[in-house]
Design a protein around this ligand. Structure first.
Ligand code: PMP
Length: 416
């Protein structure tokens, strides 16, 4: 008899016990937190790492020649090594801690952009970007007289690469795109886009805010020049994230912020810079939350990022099927057979997305409503706002059933 090998999957029941907030009731109902694209909840191990650090090891890093300062520095640099390993950076020094994805984009658009982008140069992005990967490039283009071009999106919310050669023609300096869409879950072909951008002579910036938390990410395999993500979207604390880069770019770029710790020597008229990554980490960094991010990586790694991705995708498929079966509900984004992140955006005929979210909240179900910081994408799709359910490791099939039942209730309430 052939033996069936069970498909490995996450032990969600056990994972759920690690997240204290999931014990909360919302309007008397158990919390179904389905807004993980906006931010994720934190496991007890991350909360404990923060508390332990502040209780027993806190001192400013890179400064104290005393045990406490040395321990804090070791913890901070240890967190940098964890980040480097998690995304397969070439070395820990290629990881710059930032406040998150937004700051990472702004760091590059300012520090790299002001030196490398001039009048008539082209910056390419896409129609599906989060505003944090559009506005910084707009500011740079306005300042330098550069031109912005965007790879269009098709009706299913996928990048349409038909005209890519034309878009990449000319003095293109940077191609900056999201790996996974925060609004639709679309997974973009990072390796192909990077190869074609490099062939056109451009550098590549990957917004990995929705990929590093949810799937295996190998920075070196992408061959991208820069990659950015946020700790709070991957079970870690707010206010910390990273910019990962090829060393040569970090070495060539001037610093963005001046201050303590980013210098080698200072006179009244002049300063020289510390080595990377310190050159980009002026002042007292958010070292405690960096250590918390390290604890989040320690939590995610043993789960297996391939299983984490499969779990998010399975929940997204279940949600798509359940929502598509409800008359009057439209689900956006790539068809179910295609790879996607754990994100499902939808609308209910005749009901505003805010009313959908508000009604679901009464049942303890937290979903996002609006344009999800992707106004151009919503303009392209012709919908001003959608409701969005997004999933991570602690979400389960029962919560998707509750979501579908909640949406049926929305229809019943607003049909009256
Ligand atoms: N890019 C994408 C794809 C995102 O989903 C987000 C957050 N929603 C950001 C960038 C910005 O991240 P942060 O607010 O943490 O800087």
């Amino acid at each position: 008899m052939p033996t069936t090998v069970p498909t490995p999957s996450l032990d969600v029941a056990s994972i759920r016990r690690d997240f204290p907030i999931l014990e909360r009731k919302i309007h008397g109902k158990p919390l179904a937190y389905l807004d993980n694209t906006a931010t994720t909840q934190k496991p007890a191990s991350v909360l404990k790492a923060l508390e332990d650090f502040y209780r027993t090891r806190n001192a400013n890093v890179h400064r104290g020649v005393y045990l406490l300062g040395e321990e804090a520095t070791a913890d901070y640099e240890g967190a940098r090594e964890k980040v480097a390993r998690f995304v397969n950076a070439r070395a820990a020094e290629d990881v710059v801690f930032t406040r998150g994805t937004t700051e990472s984009v702004n760091l590059v658009s300012n520090a790299w952009g002001r030196v490398n982008v001039g009048k008539g140069d082209v910056i390419v992005s896409t129609e599906m970007e989060h505003h944090s990967n559009l506005v910084p490039w707009q500011l740079l283009a306005q300042e330098r007289g550069a031109i912005l071009r965007h790879i269009p999106v098709d009706g299913h919310g996928r990048l349409d690469l038909t005209d890519l050669d034309r878009i990449l023609d000319g003095p293109v300096k940077m191609v900056s795109f999201t790996w996974v869409s925060n609004a639709l879950g679309t997974v973009n072909p990072v390796v192909e886009l990077t190869r074609r951008a490099h062939a056109a002579g451009a550098l590549v910036f990957v917004d990995a805010a929705q990929s590093v938390p949810h799937m295996p990410v190998d920075f070196q395999a992408t061959d991208a020049d820069f990659l950015a993500f946020s700790g709070h979207k991957m079970l870690g604390p707010t206010g910390i994230g990273a910019l990962v880069a090829k060393r040569k770019h970090l070495e060539a770029m001037p610093p963005l912020f001046g201050g303590g710790e980013m210098i080698r020597e200072v006179t009244l008229q002049h300063a020289t810079w510390a080595d990377v990554p310190s050159k980009f980490e002026a002042g007292t960094m958010n070292y405690a939350d960096a250590i918390g991010l390290g604890a989040a990586i320690d939590y995610l790694t043993p789960l297996g990022m391939d299983l984490v991705h499969a779990h998010g995708r399975a929940l997204a498929c279940q949600a798509m099927r359940a929502l598509q079966a409800i008359p009057g509900v439209t689900v956006y984004g790539p068809p179910i057979e295609e790879n996607r992140g754990g994100v499902v955006s939808f609308s209910v005929d005749g009901v505003h997305a805010h009313d959908v979210a508000g009604t679901l909240d009464q049942d303890g179900i937290a979903v996002r409503a609006g344009h999800h910081c992707a106004m151009p994408l919503h303009a392209r799709l012709g919908v001003p706002a959608t409701a969005r359910a997004s999933f991570t490791v602690y979400n389960d099939a029962a919560e998707i059933d509750r979501l579908a039942a909640g949406v049926r209730k929305v229809k019943a309430v607003f049909a009256r």
